[in-house]
Design a protein around this ligand. Sequence first.
Ligand code: ADP
Ligand code: MG
Length: 419
Amino acid sequence: MNYNKKTVRDVDVAGKKVLLRCDFNVPQDKDTGAITSDKRIVAALPTIQYLLDQGAAVIACSHLGKPAATFESYAKKQAEKGKEATEEGWKKSLQKLSLAPVAQRLSELLGKPVIMAADVVGPDAQAKAAALQPGQILLLENTRFEKGETKNDPALARAMASMAELYVSDAFGAVHRAHASTAGVAEYLPAVSGFLIQKELEVLGGAISNPKRPLVAILGGSKVSSKIGVINNLLEIADSIIIGGGMAYTFAAAQGGKVGESLLEADWMDYSREMIEKAAAKGVKLLLPVDTVCADAFAPDAKSQVVKAGEIPDGWQGLDIGPETVKLYCSAVADAGTVIWNGPMGVFEFPAFAKGTEAVAEALSKTDAITIIGGGDSAAAVEQLGYADKMTHISTGGGASLEFLEGKELPGVACLLDK
Ligand code: ADP
Ligand code: MG
């Protein structure tokens, strides 16, 4: 895949109407719907501000959550929960996923009004987009209120595109989806990236296509099965691969080790063995834990002990890498040129089992290597442990960064103009 894409700086935006796809999929309070973190809105500001400063009229759009775009799909979801569906209940469910609170927060952050449209491509959006002046910003309603959005319906894409003269994508968190607002619109408009996607392509793309070596990949998290594509692809490009987290127990079991009650995917043991062989054949150093912190229950206050890897007693489960493994892994990143980290080393949500993840985060904060964090939970772990500003790059897209590391073509990137 070509990661060298045109950006907002490569085109003339002055006086143009620009359709800007943002990632305003913000976390919300379950009951009140209030925005609980405005991080994604703040992250979108540089591109928005640049476009406004350059004299563009910005038509911003985003999805939020998973609304039922039709009454039928709402009724189906309700039926699955054994509940009855009413028209009123459906409207309320949509109301909760309106982007109006985002418009308000965005307006506070920008220090200027944000005009809110009542629909995506309906009469209100059309009229407000037509009247929009350079330096003004309009926010369309939740793109997933349109049933054509997730189907990448060309009619919807064309309707969105018809309001603008240029498409700018800055929603890295959504580039792995071929939806109308993330890829479809690029069929009808010249398409370039904003600053967020530009940085993701530079750093992640650079690490994958032309890394500063040695390239060390640290992989963890819960399951081998969710990381198959990542392991496969990184085996082709990395110099070393370090395995931690829950997936390490499937590798341990595959080598005949005892893993007690640890997370185990028996179906993936053969695959794990193959990966060990493949790494050896390719000359990729594959590091597996040598010891583990195991617990007598999956609980924050469980009793714990350190045992050798593959020697976990019955009734116990591995929840973190052990101290010897920490030493081994930290020294492996010390002289790396690039480190890509995806997946926590243990159940970091429980402080008693966060030591391995914390030690790796600390080691990354001290190395001179380019350090890249991909994956939603890994990013959360690094932030929670206070190492966020010590990393070269924390990817803003959880699922998207995983598919990036898998080497997959991302529809929302592929649709942008090459440089
Ligand atoms: P990411 O979102 O960064 O790709 P994953 O979703 O694959 O990461 O995995 C994150 C989860 O893995 C965390 O919630 C963490 O608690 C869990 N995890 C890590 N180690 C273990 C383990 N030994 N046993 C069970 N769960 C684990
Ligand atoms: Mg995750």
